[in-house]
Design a binder for this molecule. Structure first.
Ligand code: MTE
Length: 336
């Protein structure tokens, strides 16, 4: 008999629930009109603020999870990083290099209208506009650990869809060896792009890349929400990447372009400090950052940075089973 063991991110039947998962929150799907249209659907020019306004006006109405899958992960919900922490401790240098700045400076960020272009070596280049981001692919919820190179980590319930779905639709051709991602360039809206000091000295737009097999791996997620809501601007609204076995800087935010290319592309942190940040950036407790150890991490829970919750960092951030095969035979000290 063929026994298929589910991957850690896959849902078993009993994991899918039609129970209210997050009391007091309206589903973003409802806000977008997929279940029961109403006057609430009027789009605000700043859709992000619009959705949060809706939550505020009607904060206690629970929503039913019907086609939104709730994944039972190895982590129990109790150890999720609190939402308030996830949305206030950020790296989004376009809105300032300090952790608290994105939450303060990104609130007016306009995410609707939005255009995401998929192009390059493929037979079917296409574009998605704001609504398409939520409707083109089945959304699911996945609890992923995010490990930042600065040695803090969080556990976050993301909403999104596998990047592979978006890429396959474009029909990449045989020259598509890598995928490049680009963040919006809009210095009028993103003060860190205008002011070099505020923006941490980065040359914008922020760019990232993955090898095509990494991009196609089922773990790699395009996220449009967290904690049952659309993404707050500071977390990369309206759409960002989440690559859970790599250091956080690979998880590029507020993406406007995805392109299939032949050769390994440049990525922002590697351009800035190549000795410290590579292209691969796989979480690896055995390969230290030149200035500090990567053997352990501080899991951000309620206690913040001073809490005594230092834990050992796991190879590939604990996702070895799913991704170690991608790097078989590679020298991970050289390809850091
Ligand atoms: N994407 C853009 N465009 N700009 C950034 O500064 N920071 C990266 C990544 N994506 C960054 C980005 C880094 S260093 C990390 S650790 C994660 O976003 C942080 O994501 P979070 O703020 O949602 O935790």
């Amino acid at each position: 008999m063929l026994i298929k063991s589910p991957k850690s991110y896959q849902l078993k039947d009993h994991d899918v629930t039609d129970e209210t998962v997050y009391q007091g929150r309206r589903t973003l799907l409802k806000s977008l009109g997929f279940i029961g249209a109403s006057g609430l659907l009027a789009h605000s020019t700043n859709a992000q603020a619009g959705l949060f306004d809706l939550f505020k006006k009607d904060p206690v109405k629970p929503f039913k999870v019907t086609h939104l899958h709730y994944k039972k992960a190895s982590e129990t919900p109790q150890i999720l990083t609190p939402e308030a922490k996830v949305t206030s401790h950020n790296n989004f240098y376009e809105f300032g290099a300090q952790k608290s700045q994105p939450a303060q400076l990104a609130q007016q960020f306009k995410v609707d209208p939005w255009q995401l272009t998929i192009s390059g070596h493929c037979n079917n280049p296409y574009q998605l506009d704001y609504d398409d981001l939520f409707t083109s692919f089945d959304l699911e919820e996945r609890i992923y650990r995010l490990r930042c190179v600065e040695t803090w980590s969080m556990v976050i319930p993301w909403l999104g869809f596998p990047l592979a779905k978006l890429l396959q639709k474009a029909q990449p051709n045989s020259r598509a060896n890598y995928v490049v991602f680009e963040t919006l360039y809009d210095p009028q809206q993103m003060p860190g792009q205008k002011n070099r000091r505020l923006g941490g000295g980065i040359s914008y737009p922020y760019v990232e890349g993955l090898r095509i097999d990494e991009a196609m791996n089922p773990l790699t997620l395009m996220s449009v929400g967290l904690y049952g809501k659309t993404l707050p601007p500071q977390n990369g609204a309206p759409i960002r990447l989440v690559v859970p076995w790599k250091y956080g800087f690979k998880s590029i935010k507020s993406i406007v372009a995805i392109k299939f290319v032949e050769h390994q592309p440049a990525n922002t942190w590697n351009i800035l400090i190549p000795r410290e940040y590579g292209f691969y950036a796989n979480v690896n407790p055995q390969v230290d950052h030149p200035r500090w150890s990567q053997a352990s991490e501080r899991r951000l829970t309620t206690g913040g940075l001073l809490a005594r919750n230092r834990i050992k960092t796991l190879m590939f951030n604990g996702y070895s089973e799913e991704v170690a095969g991608l790097y078989k035979g590679m020298n991970l000290h050289k390809y850091y």
